[in-house]
Every structure is written in structure tokens, then in C-alpha cells.
Design a protein around this ligand. Structure first.
Ligand code: ADP
Ligand code: ADP
Length: 223
């Protein structure tokens, strides 16, 4: 199983932000996490990526228990948070090396990995530019590049097409499809048409609970 969550639940305050989230992803592809603002998408994704500790429940990535073996599990996960922590005073090269080091990649493999993701994400020709001088679309590519640099099995992308203009959105979608040829992608959005265009399966979440989980075709017959 690429990803399994068991009764994942989280409270920030006294109320449950998410409750009994059970996800099973067995096959590669792009899986949509669809829900309105405040539905619980970011909470779910932050827990799966190990940046937030759940109140209850379990997460297994590639059958590894995230709580018991966090370092092993995190090797299998790439994360593009909604607000990507882009250190804008770094060049693309400097930033990607820094991200690879954070991922505890072996020193002698970092240079080749940086070159490879820059090519894949179409940012090689900008490599010595400061991130702060890039457009939103190119910054998003840098964010995507850091999420795959350690070749994770699963890449979690929190609303990656949010705030992009139509052209940037087309480019981002193309890149996400290419990435999905080698990595399973969990893609969140509050926009149904985005999920419809990209995803083979959809998990719909409302008020912190899963209300639908099946193929995109089944969703289109249901909704
Ligand atoms: P989504 O990503 O689908 O917009 P979130 O996971 O961000 O949803 O939020 C789910 C619920 O948890 C919302 O009611 C939100 O206000 C609440 N929430 C999110 N983050 C926090 C936080 N840090 N502290 C308190 N409540 C939060
Ligand atoms: P999203 O809906 O995609 O999660 P938000 O704008 O709700 O984005 O959240 C942005 C940030 O604010 C996140 O870090 C989230 O955890 C935090 N946040 C959201 N809701 C609350 C809340 N009710 N109380 C405190 N922090 C919150």
C-alpha cells in the first residue's frame, strides 16, 4: 500500500478539525483530495507529511508507520505545502541543495539530483536566479522540484494550482501529470474541475469527514 490512514483525527482546539479519515492508495496515479475551504484538507496533508502530529489514528507510507519510524517514512514522502517555505534570497540551485540536505540525502548524490529535478521541472535555465525574482508559476515549479528531489514514492501537493493564472495553471497541470508517471500524487483542491481534469480517483472531504471516495467516473455519476 502506497498510503494508508486509519481513523485519522485531529483537534486543534476543542472541536475535531478532521475525524476518522481512512484513506487507502494502492495504485499509482493522481488522487484528488477535494473539499471546500476549511474542510480539513491541509490538516490531513500536514499529518500525512509528518509536519503535524495527529490527535488520534495512524499513517502508513509504503507500509511504514509514520509515528514509529518517522525518518524512514519521510524518505517516501514529498510535500508541497500550500504556503511553500521558499527562501527567496537563495538561488534555485542553493535552495534545492538546501532541501536535499534537509531530506538527509547522501552528499555525493545531491548535485546529480538537483540537476535532474531542474531538467524535469523546466527551471534549469534559471538556476542561478534568485527565487524572489521568479514569477509565481516558476516559483511553483521550484516548489514541485523540491518535493521530488529525493525520489519519494508519494508526493503530497496542497492546492498547487491555487492562485495561478490560466497559462501557469496549464503548465502546472502538465508538470504534475509528468511527475505522476514516476510518483503517486495526492492533489488537493477546492475546485472540482481541477480534480476532474487531473485525477483518476477522488476523495471528497467535508466538515472533517470523508463523504465520497471512489473513481472520478463514479463521482461524475454520483454528483
Ligand atoms: P482546508 O485545508 O480544507 O481548507 P484545514 O485543514 O485548513 O482545511 O482546516 C480544517 C479546520 O481546522 C478549519 O475549521 C480550520 O479553521 C481549522 N484549523 C486549521 N488550522 C488550525 C489551527 N492552526 N488552529 C486552529 N484551527 C485550525
Ligand atoms: P487552508 O484553508 O488551505 O488550510 P487557511 O487559510 O485556512 O488555509 O490556513 C492558513 C494557515 O492558518 C494555516 O497554517 C492554518 O493552520 C492556520 N489556520 C487556519 N484556521 C485557523 C484557525 N481557526 N485558528 C488558527 N489558525 C488557523
Amino acid at each position: 500500500m502506497i498510503l494508508k490512514t486509519e481513523n485519522l483525527s485531529h483537534k486543534y482546539t476543542s472541536t475535531w478539525a478532521i475525524r476518522d479519515i481512512n484513506i487507502e492508495i494502492a495504485d499509482p496515479g493522481i488522487i484528488g483530495l477535494l473539499g471546500s475551504n476549511g474542510a480539513g484538507k491541509s490538516t490531513t496533508m500536514n499529518i500525512i507529511c509528518g509536519t503535524l502530529n495527529q490527535t488520534e489514528g495512524n499513517v502508513y507510507v509504503n507500509d511504514i508507520d509514520l509515528r514509529k519510524h518517522p525518518l524512514e517514512a519521510k524518505k517516501q514522502i514529498g510535500f508541497l505545502p500550500q504556503i511553500a517555505p521558499l527562501y527567496t534570497d537563495l538561488t534555485i540551485d542553493e535552495y534545492l541543495v538546501y532541501c536535499a540536505e534537509l531530506r538527509l540525502m547522501e552528499k555525493n548524490k545531491i548535485k546529480a539530483a538537483v540537476e535532474e529535478v531542474k531538467e524535469r521541472c523546466g527551471i534549469a535555465h534559471f538556476a542561478s536566479r534568485l527565487i524572489k525574482n521568479l514569477s509565481g508559476g516558476y516559483r511553483q515549479r521550484v516548489g514541485i522540484a523540491q518535493s521530488i528531489i529525493h525520489k519519494p514514492k508519494l508526493v503530497v501537493m496542497d492546492e498547487p494550482t491555487n492562485g495561478l493564472d490560466p497559462n501557469q495553471m496549464i503548465e502546472a497541470r502538465k508538470l504534475i501529470r509528468e511527475i505522476a508517471e514516476e510518483h503517486t500524487v495526492l492533489f488537493s483542491s477546492h475546485v472540482l474541475s481541477e480534480v476532474n481534469l487531473l485525477c483518476r480517483e477522488v476523495i471528497m472531504i467535508e466538515g472533517g469527514r470523508i463523504v465520497f471516495s471512489d473513481s472520478m467516473d463514479a463521482f461524475n455519476n454520483y454528483a
